[in-house]
Design a protein around this ligand. Sequence first.
Ligand code: SAH
Length: 347
Amino acid sequence: MEHIIEKFLENHKLSRAEYLALLEGWENQESARRLAQEAVKIRDHYYGRKIFTRGLIEFTNYCKNNCYYCGIRNGNRNVSRYRLTEEEILECCHIGHGMGHRTFVLQGGEDPWFTDEKVAVIIRRIKAEFPDCAVTLSIGEKSYESYRLFREAGADRYLLRHETADEELYRSLHPAGLSLEKRKQCLYDLKKLGYQVGAGFMVGAPGQTLDHLAQDLVFLQELQPQMAGIGPFIPHHDTKYGSEKAGSIELTLFLLSVMRIMLPAVLLPATTALGTLDPMGREKGFMAGANVVMPNLSPLENRRLYELYDNKIGTRGEDGESMEGLARRAECAGCRLVSERGDAVEL
Ligand code: SAH
């Protein structure tokens, strides 16, 4: 174990079998501490003690997909569906800009009502009204041509978690018609088009083993994304995984540290899912090497309808979710919430 950690700290890179050996030690607190200490050192070297904010606008909960773990999957008839209007989206940005956000993330289900042209119009309007801000999209799998149109409209970044790099696990979590191959193709297309790209996965997804996670690390090592979203799986009552266990917080934190060491300049959120499972989850994430937080900017009445998993925080406008609350959380972890675009540092 010791020897694998030393090798990893030296080379920032391991084989699948070695990653597996590293991950097998996740319950060893000494190892976790050692990795976190190094991860924080690396983060501080590239980004200082800054925590970047991303204002998240969940603009539609309509989705044509049916990912089995997700609360807003198409097959869930118990969700009342909503779409924000263009004006409402712009209003979210306006409020968010006033709060200090310099990145807006447009996230949604895969909703064909928002045609490429409609999305492009929204991107252009945000970029025209807030020229000092970055626009991040998180709207799923699209064609190369669509991604190109969005990029030309001004989109800077794209979040598309690969979910799992194992073919079989991918098939077990998604209906036929969705494939890992397509998912990966999208990520490579986005890179080619010059987006800052975010991939990632859930920790503790049903059926996931440590070897699956080792494969995720190998895939991310190859992809070299600028951002990585890693959060615990949390069951949603209206899915077939409703009574599964949630992912482990400690394993998630361990993986955040590993990710920071593997991709030193990666932008790494302390995810909402981490904050949902543990009231101190985000603080712990920062102490494990994360440097991004993504508070919700959607209108309050829509938030509870964008329920990817049970008890998602931020849906009631809780106090710890305000900018002041998040600034306190950052400080608690020895960091500082900043009002900047927070682009990825090029190595
Ligand atoms: N439709 C977009 C956005 C998906 S929601 C897309 O396909 O990219 C963003 C992320 O939430 C997903 O990538 C998934 O990893 C995560 N998520 C979905 N259901 C979840 C659950 N039950 N627990 C934890 N994370 C979940």
